[in-house]
Design a protein around this ligand. Structure first.
Ligand code: PLP
Length: 388
């Protein structure tokens, strides 16, 4: 049985609001009826607000990776060249998917915790011709947010199509898809959108839709032209996860009720507060450049002689709070705090206190009270400075 009291402070799945849980528990709906079409239309408005676009946003019954795969399968023909920013686990995955679909992939490696420099990107794009650029805007494995507008500008200058994994950003970080002239942006349900896993979202620009028409998609289920046609009728091509759609309508209602700008501000300030607390604990942030720090997940280096898996275990057992460890090469060396979705300052403060107290029990010389105060002060100051 899931532990009902466990506070999820991981970068997804996230805690579900009570009203979303109730919506998920509603009777299943007929997916070819008027009621479902109405729900789809309402969700479309909410999703477009989160993506910052008037372009269509497709909802797929698949996890985030499915959305990324769909974007790749529909926008890159076999033999075409894609440059992928290998920022960590999820940047890497875009290239792996593109390889599966026969693309010629060039990896651009970033050091863990670092973002890609748009100036270097410009140079790379001038030196060789690429058809597409793929990257994770918010690299969940390192807590690094790419310079979205800088990268988008460089890609646009070179006429390169952009495929953006925004799975852990949508609903928590600004995307401004239209203003940034991005081509395909992918979101996921179990992150800032406060839903269980199982839905992904693919927004497509007019240019992306045009490119799709020139390509024979190598996937049947993920052929997005069918999804676009079905969207016009308020449907999906195949039976969707209808109960998740009911939950989506409610989570988007909550986001719109709080106000998209306000939701983004809250996330921004939670990120600021989490970083301030980590620094007050005397710990080092993996994303050393504050401007490139994620608003939804913070990755913190463990003291050299300690293993983050032990910290994660202790925080869960002692405090009933779940934080994450590192992935791949970073396993044991960092811990990650997800502050997204329903997360409020009190959740973050409880987490900071739990991390600090457990680190102290593990032998670190740590002042939990000052870390908590740092989180609170930073959050309040951030809110005052970003009001309205
Ligand atoms: N991309 C990013 C940035 C993610 O954080 C995740 C999941 O954590 C994914 C893609 C993959 O999503 P899923 O596990 O839902 O397939």
């Amino acid at each position: 049985m899931p532990n009902e009291e466990l506070l999820l402070m991981i970068p997804g799945p996230t805690n579900l609001p009570a009203s979303v849980r109730r919506a998920l528990a509603e009777p299943s709906m007929y997916h070819r009826g008027a009621e479902f079409a109405e729900l789809m239309a309402d969700c479309q408005v909410g999703l477009q607000a989160c993506f910052g676009t008037t372009d269509p946003v497709l909802t797929l019954s698949a996890s985030g990776t499915g959305g990324v795969e769909a974007a790749v399968a529909n926008l890159i023909a076999p033999g075409e060249r894609i440059l992928t920013i290998n920022s960590g686990k999820f940047g890497l995955r875009i290239g792996e998917i593109a390889q599966c679909y026969g693309a010629e992939v060039t990896w651009w490696d970033c050091r863990p915790g670092e973002a890609a420099d748009p100036r270097l990107l410009r140079e790379l794009l001038s030196e060789s011709r690429f058809d597409a650029l793929g990257f994770a805007y918010n690299e969940t494995s390192t807590g690094v947010a790419q310079d979205l507008s800088g990268i988008a500008k460089a890609a646009a200058e070179h006429g390169v199509l952009t495929i953006v994994d925004a799975v852990s950003a949508i609903g928590g970080m600004p995307i401004n898809m239209e203003a940034n002239a991005l081509d395909a942006v992918v979101g996921g349900s179990q992150k800032a959108l406060m839903l269980p896993p199982g839905l992904s979202f693919v927004a497509l620009s007019a240019g992306a839709q045009l490119k799709m028409k020139q390509i024979t998609c190598g996937s049947y289920y993920f052929d997005l032209s069918r999804a676009l046609d079905a969207l016009d009728k308020g449907q999906t091509p195949y039976t969707p996860a209808v109960n998740l759609f009911s939950g989506l309508q409610e989570s988007l209602r909550l986001i719109r009720a709080e106000g998209v700008a306000e939701v983004l501000r809250r996330h921004h300030c939670l990120g600021v507060a989490c970083r301030a607390a980590s620094i007050a604990l005397g710990l080092e942030l993996l994303a050393a450049d504050e401007r490139r720090a994620s608003a939804t997940v913070t990755a913190v280096r463990m003291p050299d002689d300690l293993d983050s898996s032990e910290l994660v275990r202790r925080v869960r057992e002692r405090d009933n709070i779940l934080i994450s460890g590192g992935q791949g090469d970073l396993k044991g060396r960092i811990f990650r705090i997800g502050h997204l979705g329903t997360c409020r300052l009190d959740d973050l403060v409880a987490t900071v206190a739990a991390v600090a107290e457990n680190l102290a029990e593990m032998g670190c010389d740590i002042d939990a009270a000052s870390a908590v105060a740092a989180a609170r002060d930073a959050f309040v100051t951030c809110r005052e400075n970003s009001d309205g």
